[in-house]
Design a protein around this ligand. Structure first.
Ligand SMILES: NC(=O)c1ccc[n+]([C@@H]2O[C@H](COP(=O)([O-])OP(=O)(O)OC[C@H]3O[C@@H](n4cnc5c(N)ncnc54)[C@H](O)[C@@H]3O)[C@@H](O)[C@H]2O)c1
Length: 265
């Protein structure tokens, strides 16, 4: 264990994983703990977040869990209160929760549109709303929002609500970065490209109903490096932005995509 986040307290949302293996939030929570942070791991799925807690505890780290829905104001208020009650401060807010839906405005139901925007975007507003006052009082804080290269480009198939939510996360992050730049709070985004996480396997199965291995092979082939990235690639970028090594970086969009967005037209 090194100590790039020694004495820091981190909230990680979506810190479980929707299937076996490493999701982006789970890897970030474990990596932050390895670097010395005490972690409040948040997820709508209590079993998933308990797995993350057990992994961290098994490595000698400190992790508390909170089971709740980050698109609900009352849950976010409660999780922030829990963090303060348990750890006394919030140094790092890592917004990882994100759901995906295939389709354009015609195909996506109004109900699903609202749900996706609430889960992906309103959740970031809510966590920031409740965490920033504590960061201001401390005179220090770092926010890392997990966006996507889908915030910048069409990524090969229509996913209008997802892309719109991620584009809005970039702008929300920039606004926060500028508003609080002089008061010790930094806010940055990580923009993953095609990553091999449990989420995309579930998504490909649901969205296409086709052969998942074939879709995985296609995703690998479409990357300039001929392979997708993984959750650790995202977690290490987030760790850099969360740490003091990034003390002069705010409002940035750190692309982690093996060059994918450079070749997209
Ligand atoms: N995998 C990729 O290719 C890729 C690419 C770009 C961006 N991303 C982004 O990475 C993030 C997630 O990645 P992941 O692999 O960790 O996904 P994941 O689905 O494995 O993990 C997300 C976790 O969030 C939880 N969750 C879902 N809705 C929630 C809610 N309302 N409240 C609380 N928890 C909730 C799930 O239970 C799950 O454990 C998302 O923001 C996604 O858009 C992924």
């Amino acid at each position: 264990m090194s100590a790039r986040l020694r004495d820091r307290v981190a909230i990680v949302t979506g810190a479980g994983s929707i299937g076996p293996g490493w999701g982006n939030g789970k890897a970030a929570a474990v990596l932050y703990a390895r670097e010395g942070a005490r972690v409040l791991a948040v997820d709508i799925n209590p079993a998933a977040v308990e797995q993350t807690r057990a992994l961290i505890a098994g490595e000698g780290g400190t992790c508390e869990t909170f089971a709740g829905d980050v698109s609900r104001s009352s849950d976010v208020a409660a999780l922030v209160a829990r963090c303060i009650e348990r750890f006394g401060r919030i140094d790092l807010l890592h917004n990882n929760v994100g759901i995906v839906e295939v389709g354009g405005p015609v195909e996506i139901s109004e109900e699903n549109w609202d749900r996706l925007i609430d889960v992906n975007l309103k959740s970031v507003y809510l966590t920031c709303k409740h965490c920033i006052p504590h960061m201001l009082a401390q005179g220090r804080g770092a926010i890392v929002n997990i966006s996507s290269i889908a915030s910048l480009r069409f990524t090969g198939y229509p996913s209008a609500s997802y892309n719109a939510s991620k584009g809005a996360i970039n702008q929300l992050t920039q606004n926060i970065a500028i508003q609080y730049a002089g008061r010790g709070i930094r806010a940055n985004c990580v923009l993953p490209g095609l990553m091999d996480t449990p989420q995309i396997r579930a998504y490909l199965t649901k969205g296409y109903g086709g052969d998942v291995e074939e879709m995985i092979a296609k995703r690998n082939a479409s990357c300039p490096m001929k392979r997708m990235g993984d959750a650790w690639d995202v977690a290490h970028a987030a760790l850099f932005l969360a740490s003091d090594e990034a003390k002069y970086i705010t409002g940035a969009e750190l692309v982690v995509d093996g060059g994918m967005s450079c070749k997209m037209s």
